[in-house]
Design a protein around this ligand. Structure first.
Ligand code: HEM
Length: 444
């Protein structure tokens, strides 16, 4: 096969296009084919793989040929060697240790706490008032992950954790540039912010760890503290800190963004919202949902799925080849980067007719069966598949159900809705929405 017609010159005078408008830049690149080679800063070879077969190849079939890409290497400065950023044997062992916390039976056990938090949150909204749904959802999902997995209350720390996380995510954006490796130790404003964020987050995590040490219980922190590796050694304090911080952050930010975009989309599509309310009435008759209701809240889950198609919280995944390998018949060299993008594949008309249209019906069972497994991959795939996926579906469905029973949200007129593509896909100016109360039904 001939080398792909990569747009070698495309970024020659505009290396930062991918930083400034990554979605636009990726879409432009994808016009060159399903596999495109380009260069940044003259040396860094980057492949964009834009076909479900190729996504599967990178994430699953040839996953051994890759490690996590530059963005997540940068995230190590905050997360250390936690599950999201570690590699090889350490990653495999840690994943095995933590997996029991994410089994289906375990997750069903978290449902009550999820609903309890959502029921409390829905009391905080006021009819006719503006709320930043992005912040509201982050506070809610943070409270849930802390409660269910750490048996802890972080309500008082929510604002601090939120701003530290935002600072860190913004700092990681510049860390994606190859040059930043050279300056990563200099006291640039972004490095200083990242360092401060680390100190603030560490204070919370160390407090949680100190509170749990020596106590009986079955939450994730105690599991980590009690874990013995096969060689008999315990998990070091630093390792426990890295894993706990990773779960606290990865376990709330993505779900919060998914829900934020869902409220936005529902606010734009009254017909979908009506159907959602009809299902909630039908299944719940006004009572609060529970784990046992989730299989019957099929449309609610489809709304969430379709929202993550259009606004995937993780919108790009990068890998770096650890050895010479191949993709689509092309020679990938050791050190090359490969990008796959949920944003691009989820909006590709070849797999999604009328891709811009918000239509939860696409996730009805027959339609799902007819599609390529990797036309939709909001949770990634292969050995690095999101460990929290079942948790996120349970939580997203229950939160959506509990809040939508009581409220509709409409975007504040004139509020600009723009993308802010960090590691996660956020709304650049938050999501200011007005709450409208629904008539109470039954016992809700
Ligand atoms: C809608 C919600 C969520 C989305 C869209 C999402 C997305 C993802 C994606 C795409 C990855 C793979 C990254 C890669 O391959 O480079 C990932 C990994 C991960 N996620 Fe999630 N996630 C969500 C919720 C959660 C939750 C609720 C938790 C924990 C409670 C969690 C914890 C993790 C961890 C620890 C990893 C690293 C797994 C590993 O590499 O073994 N995520 N997530």
């Amino acid at each position: 096969m001939a080398p792909p017609a990569g747009p070698r010159g495309l970024f020659a005078g505009n290396q930062l296009g991918l930083m400034r408008d990554p979605m636009g830049a990726l879409a432009k690149l994808a016009t060159h084919g399903d596999i495109v080679l380009f260069r940044m800063f003259g040396t860094q070879r980057i492949w964009l793989a834009n076909h479900p077969d190729l996504v599967q190849e990178v994430l699953v079939t040839r996953s051994k040929d890759y490690r996590k890409g530059r963005g997540l290497q940068a995230a190590k400065r905050l997360l250390g060697e936690g599950l999201l950023t570690s590699e090889g044997d350490l990653h495999r062992e840690q994943r095995k240790v933590m997996q029991p916390m994410f089994h289906h039976e375990r997750i069903a056990g978290y449902a009550d706490a999820m609903v309890r938090h959502a029921a409390r949150a829905r009391e905080r909204f006021e009819p006719g008032q503006e709320h930043d749904m992005s912040q509201e959802m982050a506070r809610l999902t943070l409270g849930i992950v802390a409660q269910t997995l750490f048996d802890a209350d972080v309500e008082g720390d929510a604002a601090d954790i939120g701003s530290a996380l935002t600072d860190a995510l913004v700092a990681f954006r510049s860390a994606r540039l190859p040059v930043s490796e050279l300056v990563s130790r200099l006291p640039t404003p972004s490095n200083v912010r990242l360092q401060r964020a680390r100190v603030r987050l560490d204070a919370v995590i160390h407090r949680l760890i100190a509170e749990r040490r020596g106590e009986e219980g079955s939450d994730l922190l105690r599991l980590l503290l009690g874990a013995q590796h096969e060689d008999g050694g315990g998990m070091s304090d630093a390792q426990v800190r890295d894993e706990a911080l990773t779960i606290l952050l990865a376990g709330h930010e993505t779900t919060a963004q998914a829900l934020t975009w869902t409220w936005y989309l529902l606010g734009q599509h009254a017909e979908v919202e009506e159907r959602l309310h009809a299902e909630l009435d039908d299944v719940l008759h006004g009572r609060l949902p529970a784990a046992g209701d989730v299989p019957r809240l099929a449309y609610t889950a489809q709304v969430l799925a379709e929202s993550m198609r259009l606004y995937p919280p993780a919108w790009i995944l990068t890998r770096q080849a650890v050895r010479d390998t191949g993709i689509a018949g092309q020679a990938v060299r050791r050190g090359d980067s490969v990008i796959v993008s949920e944003w691009l594949v989820h909006r590709d008309a070849r797999w999604w007719p009328e891709p811009e249209r918000f239509d939860p019906g696409r996730f009805a069972e027959e339609q799902e069966k007819a599609r390529h497994e990797f036309a939709y991959f909001p949770f990634g795939g292969g050995p690095r598949l999101c460990i929290g996926e079942p948790f996120a579906w349970m939580e997203g469905t229950l939160l959506l159900a509990t809040l939508a029973q009581r409220w509709r949200f409409r975007i504040v007129p004139g509020h600009p809705v723009e993308l802010l593509p960090l590691i996660t896909l956020r709304p650049r100016h938050g999501m200011r929405m007005v709450a409208h109360a629904l008539p109470r039904r039954g016992r809700a």
